[in-house]
Design a protein around this ligand. Structure first.
Ligand code: G1P
Length: 294
């Protein structure tokens, strides 16, 4: 079977971050630090690990800090060079993408995730592409998208990452109706965005990592609004599923919703305790804080 290579990824970063205000009043939520890097860096690293060659950010007003972050900071670099801080300079250089490997397109109105992805259509072109929701950080031995890319290379078609949530939480997510399961991979019978607990077809939520075929873009073009009055990617995927192979993949790892205050805190705790240089210090800090506050 010929499988078109996966080269591009879309990161929708236009959201306002209302659930973590006031922290996000004047900085994009994607730039909130998780230990020692902005959240978006983790997601970009995950995409690169999966072999992605071009990243398309769908941004909005007040998000220019993201573009600046992935650009050279000439003044800062000159000062660091003058002070002989070559280690810091080198660390900054590792962030820099190869010239021309990142694109930025604006979503001019908050019409939903489906609309955000559609805004990237000209840059995606006629190729399969990944979507990574940057609110969601995923920790795992192998990155979630790299796991999916491996499955994609074998099966082609469309693949979305899923994981279990308690029944009480299904209304916050897209939820799938799984069919036959082989290992971690399930065929799909359906999916629904933000169902009430009693209507949810399962407790497998759509995690926020997708590999999609470009035909989804034509469906998004005329997708009617769905849950929350927004153009939902889930609704267009449910239509695409009628004509194309579609699988759900239960990835290995743990996800953190950084668009939520406690989810963000959980991410910081986990990534600090897994950090090669800071883990020991972080553990001592957490134990100390618990001893004093409990
Ligand atoms: C989006 C998707 C939803 C998915 C969720 C994961 O919802 O629409 O299907 O389960 O991300 O975080 P949002 O969080 O933007 O409401």
């Amino acid at each position: 079977m010929f499988v078109k290579p996966l080269r591009k990824a879309v990161l929708p970063v236009a959201g306002l971050g209302t659930r973590v205000l006031p922290a996000t009043k004047s900085i994009p939520k994607e730039m909130l630090p998780v230990v020692d890097r902005p959240a978006v860096q983790y997601v970009v690293d995950e995409a690169i690990e999966a072999g992605i060659e071009h990243i398309i950010f769908v941004t909005g007003r007040a998000k220019s800090a993201i573009e600046d972050y992935f650009d050279r900071a000439f003044e800062l670099e000159t000062i660091l060079r003058g002070k002989g801080k070559s280690d810091v300079l080198e660390a900054l250089n590792t962030i820099l993408p190869e010239p021309g490997t990142m694109s930025f397109v604006r979503q001019q109105a908050p019409l939903g995730l489906g609309h955000a992805i559609w805004c990237a259509r000209d840059i995606i072109g006629d190729e399969p592409f990944a979507v990574l929701l940057p609110d969601v950080l995923i920790e795992g031995q192998t990155g979630c998208l790299a796991q999916m890319a491996k499955v994609y290379a074998e099966h082609g078609g469309n693949i979305i990452a899923v994981d279990e949530v308690p029944n009480t939480d299904v209304h916050k997510y897209g939820v799938i109706d799984p069919g036959t399961k082989t290992g971690r991979l399930s065929e799909m019978r359906g999916m629904v965005e933000k169902p009430a607990a009693q209507d949810a077809p399962s407790n497998l939520k759509i995690t926020g990592r997708y590999i999609l075929q470009p035909e989804i873009l034509e469906l998004l073009e005329n997708q009617e609004t769905g849950a929350g009055g927004e153009i939902q990617l889930t609704d267009a995927m449910a239509r695409l599923m009628q004509n194309q192979p579609f699988h759900a993949y239960e990835y290995e790892g743990m996800d953190f919703d950084c668009g939520d205050r406690l989810g963000y805190l959980r991410a910081i705790a986990h990534f600090a305790l897994g950090h090669k240089e800071l883990a020991v210090g972080a553990r001592a800090i957490f134990e100390n804080a618990l001893a004093h506050k409990s």
